[in-house]
Design a protein around this ligand. Structure first.
Ligand code: TMP
Length: 220
């Protein structure tokens, strides 16, 4: 194992600001990978384990008066859910040789809490390494969408405290943070324009993922 990664499997993460539509594409991508004959496992963050889903319920609580998490506690809960998911689900799947598609991963904490909440990437990275045991994604697809487009896509029913309580500037920092992370590591990231028609977005992501798995070049 080097850089914390079991040698056989592949970890693909999906990232994006709120309303990027990535979750709608996640199951299609899993199915496209499975159609190539590989085991494909889809997980989501925060959640994906019984403990992780309970942590998710705290994190997504719209009644902030009952929870009142500090920013650091908030970041650590995302990390705790991630640690549980990695050890219980992701690593075992990678050790079997599966392709794991994760709807959000450590880069979400870097973009939201690090850039959005201004906790800082440098402070969060060591915590992230601890939580994941150093497990890094092989490929990350960023579904990029301008803030006003993303937030307009969210219905009232879907609105969590993330859309309800953070201002426009917070979301602008999240998006800019994602683009900075992607620019800093272009070998790992591909950026898909998520304002395109849904079928085109899915096709771009599908081509990138299948191309990567086939050992070919990536396509944005
Ligand atoms: P979702 O919309 O993909 O289900 O994500 C739920 C919300 O949680 C979304 O607003 C992004 C936020 N989030 C963070 O702030 N930090 C994290 O580490 C993760 C995984 C999600």
């Amino acid at each position: 194992m080097t850089d914390g990664r079991p040698s056989r499997g592949v970890l693909i993460t999906l990232e994006g600001p709120d309303g990027s539509g990535k979750t709608a594409h996640a199951e299609h991508l899993r199915a496209a990978i499975a159609a190539t004959g590989r085991e494909a496992v889809l997980v989501r963050e925060p959640g994906g384990t019984p403990a992780g889903e309970r942590i998710r319920a705290i994190l997504m609580d719209r009644d902030e008066s009952s929870v009142r998490l500090t920013q650091r506690a908030d970041a650590l809960l995302f990390m705790a859910a991630r640690a549980q998911l990695v050890e219980r689900v992701v690593r075992p799947a990678l050790e079997r040789g599966a392709v794991v598609v994760s709807d959000r991963y450590l880069d979400s904490t870097l973009a939201y809490q690090g850039f959005g909440g201004r906790l800082g990437v440098e402070e969060l990275l060591p915590v992230g390494r601890f939580a994941t045991g150093g497990l890094r994604p092989d490929l990350t697809v960023l579904f990029d969408v301008p803030v006003e487009v993303g937030l307009a896509r969210k219905t009232a029913a879907e609105t969590t405290r993330f859309e309800a309580h953070f201002d426009r500037a917070y979301h602008e920092r999240v998006r800019a943070g994602y683009l900075a992370l992607a620019a800093a590591d272009p070998d790992r990231w591909i950026v898909v324009d998520a304002t395109a028609p849904e079928a085109d977005v899915l096709e771009a992501a599908r081509a990138a993922v299948l191309g990567f798995l086939a050992g070919g070049t990536r396509r944005a």
